[in-house]
Design a protein around this ligand. Structure first.
Ligand SMILES: *Cc1c(COP(=O)(O)O)cnc(C)c1O
Length: 836
C-alpha cells in the first residue's frame, strides 16, 4: 500500500478549486468524480459546487481517503497542471507582446447549467468563445452580470400555455466567488444614477486560464429599485434596461480597473455594453489629462463591436429624455462634453432631437472595427448600418464578419468523446490547434463504428427524454400510469428529428406545421416512422411567439402522433446538450436573413448529426450538396412565401431524408447516410468551431486593434491628439473640395485620366482621389486611385491610367480622406465627395 504521505496533498479545498473551474467540465471523463460523490444530484444539476456544498467536511475528507476518489482527483489536478504548462497557441505565436488583455463584455454568458445567467444564442456565443480563448491561451477577461433570476424558466400548463417562473439563483450554490481587492476585501464600487449613488459588488468565475467577472447590484445599501437591476435578464421596462446597460458598461469597466486589470482591447458582444466605450474614454481622459475627443480617438482604436442583429428593430434604443435623465451629468461633468454631443453618438442624424438613442450606433461610433457574425449577416449589417455612412457605396460600409463557432468539448457527447479518445489517445480530438485533423480520424474508422456512435447517442437521448418527460408530468400532477407510459412510444431505432429554439415569429418554428396532416403522415409512416423532439421558450412579452408554442402543444397532443412528438419544456443548456448529441437531423427554418448566424446546428456536427436548414446564417455559407439539406433558394422573401418553403421542407423529408435513413445494407447500416455524416464532419466541424472563431478574432481584430491603440496612446496620446485634430480639421474644410473637371484620353488599350480639383486649404496628402466603378453583378466595386502630379495653391491635379476594358461612363471620380492618415475610413471619418 502506498503510504499516505507520498500522495499529492489533496484536500477538500483542492476539490473546491476544481469545482470552481469551468474548464474541468470540458471532458466528461471528469464527471466520474461528481457522480461518485452524489450521482443523483449530479444528474439533476450538473453543478459540482452545489454537490460540494451539500457534503459535510468530514465526509469529503473520508471520500478523499478512498483510493478511487483520490485517484480521480489526483488525475484531474495533474491534467490541469499539464495543461497549464503546455504552451498555448497564443504563446507559441508570441502574441503576448502585442496584446496583454482583451476585455469582453456581454449581457449574458452560457457556460454551464450551474451558472444560469443566460437566455440563448448571444450567451452561447460568449460562453463558447470564452472557453475557446482559454484553450488557445488568448488572455480574455470577460465581464457580465450576475442575474439573480437569470432568464425565466418555462412551465407548460395543461392548456398548452407557457408560464414564466423566476426561481432565485443562490450565489452560494454557483461556481462563483466574491471578487476581492488587493487587501482581500470583497470589491464594492459605486456608480451614479440620477440623484443617487448605487453600489456594485463583484464576483468571479474561473474559465480555465481566464476569468469572468460578474456585477451584482443586490446590495442591502441600495434602494430596492437598484437592487433589482441585476434581477432579470431581458426583463423589466425600457428604463430598467437602460439602468442595466449603465451598470454593465460603466460599472463593468470600473470593475476591471478596480481589479487592476488593464486591457488593450474592449470587445463588445452586441451593443448592450456600449457605455463601456464612454467609460473607457473617461478613464483615459482622467489618467492622461486629455480631452474627451483625444481620449475617444485613442481608446476607440482598441474597441471591437460585434453586432448580432439582422434587423434595425433588434437594436436597443432609448428615448432621448431617458438618456438625458441618466447621463446628462456624466456627459457634462465626467466627459466634459455637451449632452447633445453625447446624444449625437447614438443617432443617425445628430441634429434630430426626436431620434432615439441607439446603442448599436454608440458602439459603432466608439469602435475601431465592427463585425457581423456570418458572411450573410455581414451583408445584411452593411445594409442596416448604411445610413451612418451617407453617400458611401454599400460594400464600403465598414462591417466585416467573423462567423460564429461552438466550443466542441462543451457539446460533444460523452460517448462520442470516449470513442474518439480511444482512437486518438492523449487528448480529445478537435481541441486546441495541434489536434489530428478530423479527416485523419475519420479515415481510421469504418461505417459501422460511426453508425454505432450514432445509435448509442440516439438511445441515450431517448433515455433523457423519458426521464425529463416523467418529471414534467409529475410536476403537472399526472397519474403514475401516465408517467410510466410517457415516452413509451419513442423508439431508439427511429429517425429522430430535433427542433429547438426561441419561439419568435422570425424563427418560423411553425413552418413544419403549415400542413399538420402532411406532417402527421410523415411521422406515422407505417414502414419508416419518424419521431420529433421540440423545445423552446417564447419571451414572456411575446404573445405571437407564445401562440406558436401553443400550436405545437396542440399538435403534440393529437392522438395519432402522441408520443412521437415530444415537447420538452424549459429549453436550456441541458436540454440543448442532450438534443444536439442525440438527434439524427437538426431542423432550422428561420426567415432569411433573420438568423444572424445560429449555433445550435453546429452543435450536432461532431456528434454525427446532420442539418436540414434554411439557407440563412451560418448554413448559407456551410451548405454544399451531400452533407445536409437546404431549404430556400438563397433569396429573401415576404412571409407569403412561407408555403413554398414548407412544401420544400416536406418534400425533402419525404423524398430524401427519410428514405436515406432507412436504406440499409446487409449489415443494417445506412451507408449513404453515414457518407453524409462523414462529409458533414469533415467539412464543417473545424470550420464552425469556436477555436477557429477565436483565432480569427485574435489575428484579424485583437492584434491589429491592440497595436493601433498602443500607438495612439504612446507619448501622452501624441498620435491620438494629432489624429483628432486632423479629423476636426478635415471636417471643417471638406466643403472646400471640388472637382473642376476630369479628362479621359484613350491611348491604345488604356485610358489616361486627369482630374483637376479645387482643394482649397486641404493638403493633397490628406486626400485620396479615386475612380469608382460598381461591378455589374452587384458584388463589390472596382477602385483605382490616381496620384498627385501637381499642386498649385488651391488647385491640384491627380492622374492615372487604367485598362480600357469597361466604358468610361461606368466610372465616377470621388475623393475621400487618405487612408495613410492612420484613421479608419469611413468608420472614423465618413467624408466623401463625388464628381458631379
Ligand atoms: C445553442 C443554443 C442556443 C442558440 O441556438 P440558435 O437557435 O442556433 O440560435 C440557444 N439556446 C440554447 C439553450 C442553446 O444551447
Amino acid at each position: 500500500m502506498t503510504p499516505a504521505f507520498e500522495r499529492p496533498a489533496i484536500t477538500p479545498e483542492t476539490l473546491r478549486r476544481l469545482a470552481f473551474d469551468q474548464s474541468i467540465r470540458w471532458t466528461s471523463q471528469n464527471d466520474d468524480l461528481w457522480q461518485l460523490i452524489d450521482n443523483d444530484l449530479w444528474k439533476l444539476t450538473r453543478n459540482p459546487s452545489l454537490i460540494l456544498s451539500t457534503v459535510p467536511e468530514q465526509t469529503l475528507e473520508a471520500l478523499l481517503r478512498r483510493a478511487d476518489c483520490h485517484r480521480l482527483v489526483a488525475g484531474m489536478v495533474q491534467a490541469q497542471q499539464a495543461r497549464l504548462q503546455q504552451p498555448t497557441w497564443f504563446a507559441r505565436q508570441n502574441f503576448g507582446d502585442k496584446l496583454a488583455r482583451v476585455a469582453y463584455f456581454s449581457m449574458e454568458y452560457m457556460l454551464s447549467e450551474a451558472l444560469p445567467i443566460y437566455s440563448g444564442g448571444l450567451g452561447n456565443v460568449a460562453g463558447d468563445q470564452l472557453k475557446a480563448a482559454s484553450d488557445l491561451g488568448v488572455p480574455v477577461t470577460a465581464v457580465g452580470m450576475l442575474w439573480q433570476h437569470g432568464y425565466f424558466r418555462q412551465s407548460i400548463g395543461p392548456d398548452g400555455r407557457q408560464q414564466a417562473l423566476y426561481p432565485v439563483n443562490d450565489t452560494r450554490q454557483m461556481p462563483i466567488e466574491p471578487l476581492l481587492d488587493a487587501s482581500g476585501t470583497p470589491l464594492r464600487l459605486a456608480i451614479q444614477l440620477p440623484g443617487l449613488q448605487i453600489w456594485l459588488r463583484g464576483w468571479q468565475a474561473t474559465v480555465g486560464l481566464n476569468r469572468l467577472l460578474l456585477l451584482d447590484t443586490n446590495d442591502p445599501a441600495n434602494p430596492p429599485i437598484a437592487r433589482l437591476i441585476t434581477s432579470e435578464l431581458y426583463g423589466g421596462d425600457n428604463e430598467m434596461r437602460l439602468r442595466q446597460e449603465l451598470v454593465l458598461g460603466i460599472g463593468g469597466w470600473r470593475l476591471l480597473e478596480a481589479a487592476g486589470l488593464r486591457a488593450d482591447v474592449l470587445h463588445l458582444n452586441d451593443g448592450h455594453a456600449a457605455f463601456a466605450v464612454l467609460e473607457r474614454a473617461r478613464s483615459h481622459m482622467a489618467r492622461e489629462r486629455v480631452t474627451f475627443e483625444v481620449a475617444l480617438n485613442a481608446t476607440r482604436a482598441g474597441n471591437l463591436f460585434t453586432t448580432h442583429t439582422p434587423v434595425e428593430a433588434g437594436f436597443d434604443r432609448f428615448p432621448p429624455e431617458l438618456v438625458s435623465k441618466y447621463l446628462e451629468r456624466y456627459a457634462e461633468y465626467e466627459l466634459g462634453i455637451p449632452l447633445q454631443s453625447m446624444l449625437a453618438m447614438g443617432r443617425k442624424h445628430a441634429q434630430d432631437a426626436a431620434e432615439p438613442f441607439n446603442m448599436a450606433y454608440l458602439a459603432t461610433r466608439g469602435a475601431g472595427a465592427v463585425n457581423a457574425v456570418s458572411q450573410l449577416h455581414g451583408r445584411t449589417s452593411r445594409y442596416i448600418f448604411r445610413e451612418l455612412y451617407p453617400r458611401w457605396p454599400i460594400e464600403s460600409v465598414p462591417v466585416g464578419h467573423v462567423t460564429n463557432g461552438i466550443h466542441l468539448p462543451a457539446w460533444v457527447s460523452p460517448n462520442a468523446e470516449a470513442h474518439w479518445y480511444e482512437l486518438h489517445g492523449d487528448d480529445i480530438p478537435w481541441r486546441g490547434t495541434d489536434q489530428a485533423s478530423v479527416d485523419e480520424l475519420l479515415a481510421r474508422v469504418d461505417d459501422r463504428w460511426l453508425w454505432q456512435i450514432r445509435q448509442h447517442a440516439r438511445s441515450e437521448l431517448l433515455g433523457f427524454v423519458r426521464s425529463h418527460l416523467a418529471r414534467s408530468l409529475a410536476v403537472h400532477g399526472a397519474s403514475p400510469t401516465e408517467i410510466e407510459v410517457a415516452g413509451s412510444r419513442l423508439h431508439p431505432e427511429r429517425l429522430t428529428l430535433g427542433f429547438a429554439r426561441r419561439f419568435a415569429t422570425y424563427k418560423r418554428p411553425n413552418l413544419l406545421l403549415q400542413d399538420p396532416e402532411r406532417l402527421a403522415r410523415i411521422l406515422c409512416h407505417p414502414d419508416h416512422p419518424v419521431q420529433l423532439l421540440v423545445a423552446g421558450k417564447a419571451h414572456p412579452a411575446d404573445r405571437a411567439g407564445q401562440a406558436l408554442l401553443t400550436e405545437w402543444q396542440q399538435f403534440a397532443d393529437r392522438p395519432d402522433v402522441a408520443g412521437q412528438v415530444v415537447f420538452l419544456e424549459d429549453y436550456d443548456m441541458r436540454i440543448a446538450r442532450h438534443m444536439v448529441q442525440g438527434v439524427d437531423v437538426w431542423l432550422n427554418t428561420p426567415r432569411r436573413p433573420w438568423e444572424a448566424s445560429g449555433t445550435s446546428g453546429m452543435k450536432v456536427l461532431a456528434n454525427g448529426g446532420l442539418n436540414l436548414s434554411q439557407l440563412d446564417g451560418w448554413w448559407a455559407e456551410a451548405y454544399v450538396a451531400d452533407l445536409g439539406w437546404a431549404v430556400g433558394d438563397g433569396l429573401e422573401h415576404e412571409p407569403e412565401h412561407d408555403a413554398v418553403d414548407a412544401e420544400q421542407l416536406y418534400r425533402l423529408l419525404e423524398e430524401q431524408v427519410v428514405p436515406c435513413f432507412y436504406k440499409r445494407d446487409e449489415q443494417d447500416i445506412p451507408t449513404a447516410w453515414v457518407k453524409r455524416m462523414r462529409r458533414s464532419m469533415s467539412e464543417l466541424v473545424e470550420q464552425f468551431s469556436a477555436d477557429r472563431t477565436v483565432r480569427e478574432y485574435t489575428e484579424r481584430y485583437y492584434l491589429p486593434l491592440s497595436t493601433a491603440y498602443r500607438q495612439r496612446c504612446a507619448d501622452g496620446s501624441a498620435l491620438a491628439t494629432t489624429l483628432a485634430q486632423q479629423v476636426t480639421w478635415l471636417q471643417g474644410h471638406w466643403h472646400e473640395l471640388d472637382f473642376v473637371d476630369v479628362q479621359w484620353l484613350r491611348d491604345g488599350d488604356q485610358y489616361r485620366i486627369k482630374a483637376r480639383l479645387h482643394v482649397g486649404n486641404i493638403e493633397p496628402a490628406q486626400i485620396r482621389v479615386e475612380l469608382f466603378r460598381q461591378k455589374p453583378d452587384g458584388e463589390g466595386a472596382d477602385i483605382h486611385s490616381l496620384r498627385l502630379t501637381r499642386h498649385d495653391g488651391a488647385f491640384a491635379i491627380f492622374q492615372g491610367q487604367l485598362p480600357a476594358g469597361s466604358p468610361q461612363g461606368d466610372y465616377t471620380a470621388r475623393v475621400i480622406p487618405s487612408t495613410e492618415l492612420g484613421i479608419a475610413i469611413p468608420l472614423e471619418l465618413g467624408l466623401i465627395s463625388w464628381q458631379r
